[in-house]
Design a protein around this ligand. Structure first.
Ligand code: ADE
Ligand code: ZN
Length: 349
């Protein structure tokens, strides 16, 4: 907590959470594909859907675990075919994020989901990158891309994907690791991530969402991950908690995702407050907002209401989101100043 944090009355907390500037570091652009847009793109691209209506599709979003969600998420992404589709998707997300006072986004995309269907890597990357550029001018939000490997696929396929993406290297800042966690430990991708390190790419990985603390150790020691996506299972390992705090390894936590995928079926049991109180650099993110019932501010609103965090936690989460980002130091300093100004505006003294 900053030494000079002004006093904020509890009644102002929801408005403060919404108004404060923040960065989002864990968003899968394919997970921002709302059912309405699935139907629009299916029509535009002449793709049949196994659902009669938007309501019928939305009512299928009842998940029992990560895999039950991923099955629908990959099916939904099938409507993305042309560069314009990727552009429209990413620009719609960034416009929505700006409404939540998000000032910076580091956005995952899953190229293998698309290249496996015959969509060219350039189609995906050019559409997304153009949306990131235009969002800066249109919505005053900065955005960069992180190419995420699908961990249920092989090491060889990850290397092939990296090869295909390298001519487009200027358009993404790093690599990630996502999809089905259990049974696909980080060690499977040690050599791919080593190559990405040689190429100067940032490295992050999903670990400890459903998987054990051992997967977080592997992500740190074998993949040299600079951030851990989710990481909530770290609380079961005291030595790991101590290391994450000491080395200031950020965790990109996604409360509504954890609730909907039954990691914490009751949000009151979520451990975000415990992570922050243990000194970890935790952040709040939306993961796949179109599937989990809320964008960034809704995640903040619900997790604060459920776990009784206060304005000090809010400041810490926003500050952590800037510190944990891969943005230039000058941008981080500007966002920190904006954060301080918003807190002053809400001060009750
Ligand atoms: N891909 C999209 N969302 C994901 C999540 N929450 N975990 C793993 N892979 C994902
Ligand atoms: Zn994720």
């Amino acid at each position: 907590m900053p030494p000079s944090l002004p006093p904020i009355a509890d009644k102002h907390l929801p408005a403060l959470l919404a108004a404060m500037p923040k960065a989002v570091l864990h968003i899968h652009v394919e997970g921002s594909l709302e059912p309405e847009m699935i139907f629009q793109l299916a029509q535009r691209n002449d793709i049949p859907l196994p659902y009669a209506s938007v309501q019928e599709l939305r009512s299928a979003y009842a998940f029992t675990n990560l895999q039950s969600f991923l099955d629908l998420y990959y099916q939904g992404a099938g409507v993305l075919q042309k560069e314009e589709d990727f552009y429209d998707l990413a620009l719609a997300y960034l416009a929505r994020a700006a409404m939540d006072n998000v000032v910076h986004v580091e956005m995952f995309f899953d190229p293998q989901t698309h290249t496996a269907r015959g969509v060219a890597m350039e189609t995906v990357v050019h559409g997304l990158a153009r949306a990131c550029r235009d969002a800066q001018a249109m919505h005053g939000i900065s955005a960069s891309l992180i190419l995420s490997f699908l961990r249920h696929l092989s090491e060889r396929e990850a290397f092939e994907t990296l090869e295909q993406a390298l001519p487009l290297r200027e358009h993404f800042i790093g690599v990630g690791l996502d999809s089905s966690e259990l049974g696909h430990p980080p060690e499977k991708f040690e050599r791919v991530f080593a190559r990405c390190g040689e190429l100067g790419l940032h490295r992050v990985a999903h670990a400890g969402e459903e998987g054990p603390p051992a997967y977080i150790w592997q992500a740190l020691d074998l993949l040299h991950a600079e951030r851990i996506d989710h990481g909530v299972q770290a609380v079961h390992d005291a030595a790991l908690m101590e290391r994450l705090a000491r080395e200031r390894i950020p965790l990109t936590v996604c409360p509504l995702s954890n609730q909907k995928l039954q990691v914490f079926p009751d949000l009151r049991d979520h451990n975000l407050k415990a992570l922050l109180d243990a000194g970890l650099v935790a952040t709040v993110n939306s993961d796949d907002p179109a599937y989990f019932g809320g964008y960034t501010n809704e995640n903040l609103r619900q997790v604060f209401a459920a776990t009784g965090m206060h304005a000090g936690h809010a400041w810490q989460l926003a500050a952590n989101s800037f510190d944990a980002s891969f943005a230039p130091a000058a941008d981080k300093a500007r966002w920190h100043a904006q954060l301080g100004a918003v807190f002053e505006r809400f001060a009750t003294r």
